[in-house]
Design a protein around this ligand. Structure first.
Ligand code: MF3
Ligand code: CO
Ligand code: CO
Length: 290
């Protein structure tokens, strides 16, 4: 299948699904405290989705060559890179956990994840979460008609590596719409001016996985067919938004009342993009360094 371009109806349906996914995270936020198990987080999320009349895209999800995913969301703790399966182990003070929620509403998918810090965490863990959030936003700020996916990947990689971190290569963002994972693949590394050209109506995720140590990953010791961990056991963080390419730039679809505010360097581009003012490469660069 090729890239799908959403019309006004599709965009409106994506806005709804994406807001709901983000609202699941909002509802979970006060509960993510020392002592809660990731299974309890999963159960809470299932209840919220029920109240939304949405359904989990991950429950029973089975891409070719995989086992059916058994839970309503993913919880990836500390050195788990992605696709951690909720279990009965309580979170403890100092843990960092990515919670990744994908819902289906009226046949349309919304996909978003955030990092949560459990109680007080180390300065190193806090910095990794913050830098990964900023790396995602540096990628988002590249999104406009005429830009290329390589611009997105390059912006993320450059920022993360300048901070002394590494970018996971084995997993990427993806087109999304009436299917969970569509074309194109959205790499979080790359070279400017390469890969697909962005056009209005495209919707895709940007979801960088950034490691404090080396970039290599491996299957987790659980051998559950899903859990991915860092090879060197270093901490890993990830944030994810679903974005729309608009005529003037981008719209972040997975926003809700509880979304963490975008970083300072994104503010000007956000206002301009929302106002329909086409951003040039140069003006966004000026914003980023302001
Ligand atoms: N939500 C993940 C993503 O961002 C995919 C999870 S698939 C699962 O693409 F089966 F592990 F849940
Ligand atoms: Co996701
Ligand atoms: Co995704």
């Amino acid at each position: 299948m090729s890239i799908t371009y959403k019309d006004e109806h599709g965009v409106e349906a994506m806005r709804t699904a994406c807001r709901l996914a983000s609202e699941v995270l909002d509802a979970l936020t006060p509960h993510i405290q020392p002592g809660i198990t990731t299974n309890e987080i999963d159960r809470l999320a299932a209840e919220v989705m029920k109240s939304q009349d949405s359904i989990s895209a991950t429950l029973g999800y089975q891409p070719p060559g995989y086992r059916a995913y058994p839970k309503s969301l993913c919880t990836s703790v500390n050195h788990v890179v992605c696709h951690g399966i909720p279990n009965d182990k309580p979170l403890k003070k100092g843990d960092i956990v990515n919670v990744d929620v994908t819902v289906i509403k009226d046949g349309w998918y919304g996909d978003t994840s955030r990092m949560f810090m459990v109680g007080d965490v180390s300065i190193a863990a806090k910095r990794l979460c913050a830098v990964t959030f900023e790396a995602m936003w540096h990628g988002i700020l590249q999104v406009r008609p005429g830009a290329r996916l390589g611009d997105v990947g390059f912006a993320i990689q450059k920022f993360a590596e300048n901070q002394g971190y590494s970018v996971v290569r084995e997993f990427c963002g993806h087109g999304i719409g009436q299917r969970f994972h569509e074309e194109p693949q959205v790499l979080h590394y790359g070279r400017p001016g390469t890969l697909d050209e962005l056009k209005p109506g495209m919707t895709f995720t940007i979801e960088p996985m950034i490691n404090a140590g080396r970039r290599e990953v491996k299957d987790g010791p659980e051998k559950d067919g899903w859990t991915i961990v860092t090879k060197d056991h270093s901490l890993s963080a990830q944030w994810e938004h679903t974005v729309l390419v608009t005529p003037s730039g981008f719209e972040v679809l997975t926003l809700s009342a509880g979304s963490p505010p975008p970083p300072e360097f994104a503010q000007q581009a956000l206002v301009a993009s929302a106002a329909g003012v086409a951003q040039t490469q140069a003006s966004t660069a000026a914003t980023a360094s302001a």
